[in-house]
Write a protein that binds this ligand. Sequence first.
Ligand code: FES
Length: 333
Amino acid sequence: MITSRDDVWQKADVIAVDEVADRIRRIVLRPELPRPALPGEHIDVLATVNGEPQVRSYSVVEAPDNGGQLVITVFRTPESRGGSEFMHSLEQGQVLRITKPLQNFPLRVGAPSYVLLAGGIGITAIAGMAALLRRLGADYRLVYVARSRAAMAYLDDLAAVHGDRFEAHIDDEGGSLDVQALVAGVPVHTELYMCGPIRLMDAVRRTWADRGLDRTNLRYETFGNSGWFDAEPFVVRIPRLGVEAAVGSGESMLEALEREGVDMMSDCRKGECGLCQVKVLGLAGRIDHRDVFYSDRQKASDSSMCCCVSRAVTAAPPTTSGDRPAVLTIEVP
Ligand code: FES
């Protein structure tokens, strides 16, 4: 389903594609209606998944030529729902449908100091903020974490540009980020912007709250496909509509319900806006809440969930093909 942005789709030429890290491609687009992009902005792209158009969002990493070009960077995830595979199939000369740059993650200029925290491909949302803060002469620190050096796009460039304001934490080199130490060292009125996997962001949110820092100074964006458990197939039922859908491990519950013809509401499709929330009536298994919309208390109650990202899983990892999938019974608005 294409959401309410139908009116803002435009064509964009793919003018270059480069591999910039392991399974990460930098894609340069030339939009039909160019305009500069601000730090934190993203574009929605119409990807073709299983022959159907589906919306995927990608941060604008750079907008060289004053917006005449837009650069996005796409990680081909092992749990891809098809979008990143499609994006990795693009070649120079192809034409895409995209939106203009859209803002859900604005950088507030004027804070006394900043920490910018990127986990893995989350650097795509953060790099532009760092570039702007550097140009403004702001007091900032750019922290980039990942499992391995090979998986870090733009690592050398960022290190060269940001010098001693930049630090990399690489798990397989023994340099994992100490979240407690990071938050403990943040001056009180600092604003922290982060984008990364849900576990990293959750650890920072909890530590931030434990330290009693101002919640409004903690801002984040998620990329919506990381969870506490591996994605596995499950079954979702809506008794009132007589619907039962099998949700594959490579698709979201929202997509599966749309495929079954259920009229669903959605906007961000990244677990941020809450528009896709559904009420949970019954559950055989547990819910892997992958959104940043609900509070910890709301998540613990398992009474509702954001179906664009959150999933049902069996209580333990499935071990044999005979294991039964989790079954979720819901009501939709
Ligand atoms: S569509 Fe925004 S949280 Fe699901």
